[in-house]
Design a binder for this molecule. Sequence first.
Ligand SMILES: *Cc1c(COP(=O)(O)O)cnc(C)c1O
Length: 400
Amino acid sequence: MTNRFIPYGRQTIDEDDIQAVIEVLKSDWLTTGPLVEKFEQAVADFVGAEYAVAVSSGTAALHAAMYAIGVGPGDEVIVPPMTFAATANAVVFQGGTPVFVDVEESTLLIDPEMVEAMITPCTKAIVAVDYAGQPCNYEALQKIADRHGLFLIADACHSIGGKYKECRCGGLADLTIFSFHPVKHITTGEGGMIVTDNVDFAEKMRRFRNHGIATDHRRRTENGTWYYEMVDIGYNYRITDFQCALGLSQLRKLPGWIVRRRDIAHCYDDAFAEISAVRPLDVSPDILHAYHLYVLRFNLVELRTTRTEIFSALVELRTTRTEIFSALREQGIGVNVHYIPVHLHPFYRERFGCRNGDCPVAETAYEQIISLPVFPAMADKDVSEVIRTVSRVVYEVPKV
Ligand SMILES: *Cc1c(COP(=O)(O)O)cnc(C)c1O
């Protein structure tokens, strides 16, 4: 028996990351200094985009993107329900209306056919969420966006380093959002970034993160002037220089970390292919999956039948997702659930009249999914432990 707990995700911070941050703490610029631009350029180069704007969180990045394309009251933005609430919230921040469009059963990625069916004269943009780290069907989504004159936004908070047909996430949409929260691929503590090839969008978002002011403090200091103009309403969404030092240091390790995440996912794939009551999500052949999450679906009907056959009615059967979740947690596996479909949250029910049945595929999937631990520092023996425990929980007699 083991009493260790394996979390579902965890940051990796090495001595060189710490040193990089300490260097900045001793320098002149704690915020909006030279490392912000350096980090932006490094991410832009890595993903193959022209411009990058670093902000204080992935949520701020989504908000800035909605601002850049001019979302306002009366505008509809199509979003999938299988995402973190911030994807839809950013539309609401700007006074727009999120329109939830269901996902495909096999991948839980937004369904392009359903997207087209939900477009109205008020639709302004489509947000593609690369759920779990798998890039969406960008070819289909771009065609739809072009046909209807819509912006395509990629919420790539799960998929930095991923690819769709040899093109990296970051070069697949008008604007692409990344998050540097500790649970994501690389971290700055809190932090986010938007990448784009559109210079006007980049300029607008630089102002937006700095109260709507056209120049920043460092530029004014360098130019020996106090004068500035606030040209639109903005926020303080700035990221600090020491966070960007951490981000730069982390970015160097990203390629290796993605290899490790993919190795872990492939171990899981091989192991779970043997168990008919569980099923990983499908992976499209023309993408490179970045595996922010490893999501397993439980075939609860099959579990219920097998269990009844084997153990009769004498034992209590763990045949709901909640029971499986609790059993795994009790046995030291830090599983999680991604996500509660966003339209089912009380806010969206009350404000936008969303209801059960709006997105049936996402709602059914939600009852069946569990995210297993996957992070670069995860040891091989921990991967084996997760596989053993899942098999045990699925097939063995639960304690009564
Ligand atoms: C993490 C995440 C966000 C929000 O990022 P923060 O940095 O936590 O604000 C948005 N969308 C998705 C899909 C995410 O996973």
